[in-house]
Design a protein around this ligand. Structure first.
Ligand SMILES: *Cc1c(COP(=O)(O)O)cnc(C)c1O
Length: 399
């Protein structure tokens, strides 16, 4: 069974597929067929890579963090600087790919849901660049909570649709966006924000993010003349993680860690540790590991970082866990907040709270390794968006 490629039905081992209501089967099959052609077209790939270079600013540096390395003691810690991308995170890598595919398919509009707004902003950016319309569905509760991202999306020319059905949060926004898509798919592409959802998205978003791992592999060989001892990335849906991991899955000597949010603790209900505590189920058109109740309803989840509080995970990750190729571990909110402050203080880099989960695991792993070991941490995004929230947290619980 392949670690890297889904079968024709979009399954990675026993996870994945396209589990859709009848009215969405045809639209999604059209996307799969179009992507299958696009990914083999050298012109499509060349245009994608050109934009990564001139617009996103790639390649992103692989930075040896000397003061962090010294303080942790043990392995050398390198950071893959996705925080330096245009818009400040890895998400632009796949939204550009999705927007290019939409253009190629003759679509005029992109539609998506967003929770905290980060996917919405990255998609609205790609839509502006390519002259596509963009419609972002967002729970009314999130529209209130994430006001700055709503302003950004609107400045970028997107229409933000507040959804007040149900609990007025992400799940309701997903339903609402899918309903509009089912009606308008002739001229619209639904653009998913991670390696989740029905086939082809887990494979397609992974392919667009795989630039991260290809660059990191070449950069570490150049810098150290060897492959890393370990890779670490945070896992929400799993796109930044799989982007880094893909280039190393077949290198058995490279240990790989995906870090999930343990929130307020695995023994409490306030976490989003899907791989650690979830079970097999169905969510958003895929068969995967899900945090769910007895009726298969997704559980409410929590993390200090809104980009990783998702009750499911991409199916390729579920498969990589099952075959034992990747170790899925977790970091609590408290460990994450500490890692956030440590990197800011030692390296002058304020990381996203999402990425700080990976840094928290690096702080546990590095001291157990030797000075000639090498760790690469995927710094998936920058933390400017998090500073007000962190100030509030630190005000409530001074160090
Ligand atoms: C959205 C986001 C994540 C989580 O998404 P994945 O698909 O798991 O990568 C992680 N880091 C940042 C900075 C994000 O914006």
């Amino acid at each position: 069974m392949s670690l890297t490629q889904a079968d024709d039905n979009g399954y990675f081992g026993s996870y994945g597929g396209a589990h859709l209501p009848p009215h969405l089967v045809e639209p999604m099959a059209e996307v799969a067929a179009a992507y299958e052609e696009a990914r083999k077209d050298p012109e499509f790939i060349a245009e994608y890579e050109r934009l990564l270079n001139v617009y996103v600013g790639r390649p992103s540096p692989l930075y040896l963090a000397p003061r962090l390395t010294a303080e942790l003691g043990g392995a050398k810690v390198y950071l893959k600087r996705e925080d330096l991308n245009h818009t400040g995170a890895h998400k632009i890598n796949h939204t550009l790919g999705e927007a290019l595919l939409a253009k190629r398919m003759g679509k005029t509009k992109l539609i998506a849901e967003t929770g905290a707004g980060q996917h919405g902003v990255a998609l609205a950016t790609a839509a502006a660049l390519m002259g596509l319309e963009c419609e972002i569905h967002m729970g009314a509760v999130d529209v209130e909570k994430q006001h700055p991202n709503v302003v950004r999306m609107e400045l970028l020319g997107a229409t933000v649709v507040p959804v007040s059905d149900g609990g007025a949060t992400l799940k309701d926004a997903v339903d609402s966006a899918f309903n509009v898509y089912a009606r308008d798919y002739k001229d619209t592409l639904f653009a998913i924000g991670s390696v989740v959802g029905p086939h082809p998205f887990p494979s397609m978003v992974r392919d667009f993010q795989s630039i991260v791992g290809r660059e990191a592999r070449a950069q570490i060989l150049e810098a150290e003349g060897r492959l890393p001892t370990a890779l670490i990335a945070c896992v929400g849906g799993g796109s930044n993680a799989i982007g880094l991991f893909s280039a190393f899955l077949e290198d058995e000597d490279v240990a790989i860690y995906g870090v999930e949010p343990a929130g307020e603790g695995l023994e409490t209900p306030r976490h989003a540790a899907t791989m650690t505590l979830g079970s097999k189920g169905f969510l958003h058109g895929m068969e995967t590991i899900v945090l769910q109740d007895a009726d298969g309803e997704p559980s409410p989840v929590h993390s200090i970082a809104s980009g990783v509080d998702y009750p499911g995970v991409g199916p390729q990750h579920a498969h990589l866990k099952e075959v034992g190729r990747v170790s899925y571990v977790s970091a609590t909110d408290a460990e994450t907040l500490e890692a956030f402050q440590r990197l800011s203080r030692l390296e002058g880099i304020i990381p996203a709270l999402e990425s700080s989960h990976a840094l928290a695991h690096a702080a546990k792993l590095a001291p157990t390794l030797a000075a000639d070991d090498v760790i690469i941490v995927n710094l998936s995004g920058r933390g400017d968006k998090d500073v007000d929230y962190v100030a509030e947290l630190l005000g409530k619980s001074p160090q």
